[in-house]
Design a protein around this ligand. Structure first.
Ligand code: SAM
Length: 212
């Protein structure tokens, strides 16, 4: 299959999960697990940028959606997700980005797990607009990402963010250089924050937004 514009995680697919666990312990997984009770039974779900598929496994074990579209830009990550979740008729796997969503596709729930931090401001605005278009009225956007709770984050958080952008910029072609102002993007799309939780001493947040 041809590479997607965001296929840079192919290069780190074999060690991304152990590396995340080495640096953050269980915090990144805890933040994503916190989202699961917010998936209503019978929902149609878009899971975009899910990586190796461990979150998909959790969604399948702990919730009962009608359908899940697993959309992943990295072919290697997608293969891992398929291997980890074989024989799951409720899931459609798709290699691609938000640009590969079909105009008529609508979801009750969209999950962006550690995806939105990858993009510079203008691209992030486009991506979020595209996702919002596919979110059904009253739909939920389940967000987990690096989002410091404090307006002026401590030095170690700034250093960690900078190191990640350097590392993944070099290895995975991540174009973002700074943690985005997520709040401005969600507000401009008219999405309302409903619930929130903080992890890893306030460096990571999980949030539920609702489309009015
Ligand atoms: C930082 S990793 C996070 C992986 C996983 N969510 C986790 O937390 O373990 C970001 C993932 O998003 C995927 N990705 C990047 N840009 C994407 C896009 N535009 N559409 C779909 N997937 C994308 C990457 O291939 C990668 O697997």
């Amino acid at each position: 299959m041809p590479p997607t514009p965001d296929s840079g995680f192919d290069r780190v697919a074999s060690f991304y999960d152990p590396l995340a666990r080495l640096v953050y312990g269980s915090a990144l997984q805890d933040a994503q697990q916190w989202l699961l009770p917010h998936i209503p039974a019978g929902a149609s779900v878009l899971l975009i940028g899910g990586g190796s598929g461990w979150l998909l496994q959790q969604v399948l074990q702990k919730t009962s959606p009608k359908h899940i579209l697993y959309l992943e830009a990295s072919e290697k990550m997608l293969q891992k997700a398929k291997q980890l979740n074989p024989g799951t008729p409720v899931v459609s796997f798709r290699h691609g980005t938000e640009a590969d969503l079909l105009p008529h596709e609508q979801f009750d729930v969209i999950i962006t797990p550690f995806l939105l931090d990858l993009f510079p401001d203008a691209r992030l605005a486009e991506l979020m607009q595209r996702l919002c278009y596919s979110l059904a009225p009253n739909g939920r956007w389940l967000f987990a990402d690096f989002w410091p709770v404090q307006h002026n984050p401590p030095f170690w958080q700034k250093l960690l963010a900078k190191s990640m952008y350097l590392f993944f910029g070099f290895l995975s072609n991540v174009r973002g250089r700074l943690l985005p102002d997520y709040s401005r993007h969600f507000t401009s799309l008219g999405l309302q924050e409903q619930h929130s939780a903080a992890f890893y001493k306030g460096f990571v947040q999980a949030k539920i937004f609702e489309k009015g």
